[in-house]
Ligand binder design. Structure first.
Ligand SMILES: Nc1ncnc2c1ncn2[C@@H]1O[C@H](COP(=O)(O)OP(=O)(O)OP(=O)(O)O)[C@@H](O)[C@H]1O
Ligand SMILES: [Mg+2]
Length: 232
């Protein structure tokens, strides 16, 4: 029997104040796949990602992530999924300037469940910072880092609890093209070498194609994006 998809959406619908944004989104992402979603501003990409990430549970249709049925599970199960099995990376880095990078990575977990002591959390932070190539800056505050370096710290924070899935909303949106490519390479390495499943919203379609399949959100549905050779 083939394994269950990491992410499965069937007929997902979402409206704001009676205006439909998602109009029946179907999607299956196999474990270990890398899928990018593009589309014009306002088409509903963040709306879609927030639903998949369990941040917005008011939707129509069916959403399953890591086997968890988001429309029907308890709030506690969805919170557990969000905190333990999914990693989030956003355009804004959301780092605290008065802490070191190491503390930024470990911070969310100082307060989580008490199953990790502070020392162990900081050691794990060093491990994931190393993994994304920024281990040497673990003791610096984020204010001393470039945008690309800050995003590596944010990725390390998402990796802390060994997520099965990473959801990323324009993680390279505020970076120059070369730095964006480096961050994309980090994602690709985490996908290929660590087997993490990726669902990524991006405007950088060429980099997205190097990573895997690209879909386009258009008129509330996901369609195959046209080939990059097509004239703009
Ligand atoms: N909380 C909200 N309340 C009302 N309308 C909203 C809300 N969030 C988003 N919308 C609307 O839903 C539509 C989709 O928004 P969304 O943020 O998902 O777009 P997007 O594709 O992520 O755009 P961008 O590329 O600019 O980030 C937009 O028309 C937006 O105005
Ligand atoms: Mg958005």
């Amino acid at each position: 029997m083939s394994s269950a998809p990491a992410i499965r959406l069937v007929g997902v619908e979402k409206s704001y104040d009676g205006v439909a944004v998602l109009r029946g989104v179907d999607l299956e992402i196999e474990p270990g796949a890398f899928l990018s979603v593009t589309g014009p501003s306002g088409c509903g990409k963040t709306t879609l990602l927030n639903i998949v990430g369990g941040l917005d549970r008011r939707f129509g249709g069916r959403v399953e992530v890591c086997g968890c049925d988001l429309g029907h599970e308890s709030d506690a199960s969805v919170a557990h999924l969000r905190r333990r099995r999914i990693g989030f990376v956003f355009q804004a880095f959301h780092l605290l300037d008065h802490l070191t990078c190491r503390e930024n990575v470990a911070l969310p977990w100082f307060f989580a469940d008490g199953d990790l002591h502070r020392g162990a959390a900081l050691r794990r932070a060093d491990e994931v910072l190393e993994r994304v190539g920024i281990g040497a800056r673990a003791g610096d505050p984020p204010t001393r880092l470039s945008g690309g370096q800050k995003q590596r710290v944010a990725i390390a924070r998402a990796l802390f609890h060994r997520p099965e899935v990473i959801l990323s909303d324009e993680a390279t949106g505020s970076l120059d093209a070369a730095t964006a490519q480096q961050i994309n390479d980090v994602f690709v390495s985490l996908n290929r070498d660590d087997g993490i499943t990726f669902l990524v919203v991006t405007h950088r379609e060429r980099a997205a194609r190097q990573a895997g399949r690209v879909l386009r959100l258009e008129e509330g549905r996901l369609i195959e994006a046209e080939s990059p050779e097509a004239p703009q």
